[in-house]
Design a protein around this ligand. Sequence first.
Ligand SMILES: [Zn+2]
Ligand SMILES: [Zn+2]
Length: 240
Amino acid sequence: MANAKELILPLRGALVPVPAQPQDGVCSTCHSSAKPGYARCLPCAGAAADPPEILPITLSVHGELVHSHLRNYKDSPATGVRSRMSLRLAALLATFMANHAGCVGDWDYATCIPSATRVALQPVVSRIALFAGRCRQVLDATPDAEERVIDPDRFAVPVDVRGHRILLLDDTFVSGASMFSAAAALRGHGATIVGPVVIGRHIQPGWPPSAELLSWIAKRPWDAARCARCAGERLRASLF
Ligand SMILES: [Zn+2]
Ligand SMILES: [Zn+2]
């Protein structure tokens, strides 16, 4: 994707850097807002013991441009809109993977988290050269699973994944239920979870701790060379 930089341009101004952790007001698992004094946000605090640390590419502010891309790349009735938005998201994911391979860690193959009806991110991932021949669908969503409940049985693992390092990919992280369920299912079958990389960590600007976080971080430019693991934003410069 030679022109990834240009493809991302329409999204550039809407990308919000992801805060580093640990710092007060930031969830140690998903890097979104947490109540002051709490290590994790409510969805992550409800996860099973030892949830994987999520690596979001950007915060996705509810109702804004990134959020609308993360919905409409899969749900817009217009083919042209879906295709344009998918291309931009693919460029963003490809750029992120190229810049942060070391932050993501070593993996054998990538897998996208499916919903009961589809693997929405697959058409995005399949545009990216890095994933050519390195993407396997190893999760099947159980059709009658509760969407917002963390339950490893939400996903069947129909292939042998024991000892495999699997890069988990998803478009957006809202309640974390599907991400944490998928991670638990794969770990239960002996796989090691890498990443997990999500394009957008959804954030509701009306919730006071989120408003507080956005009040300083949304003013800072998103930088392709920095991520939450290698150089996430901090409210205050470190004293050390
Ligand atoms: Zn969290
Ligand atoms: Zn990084």
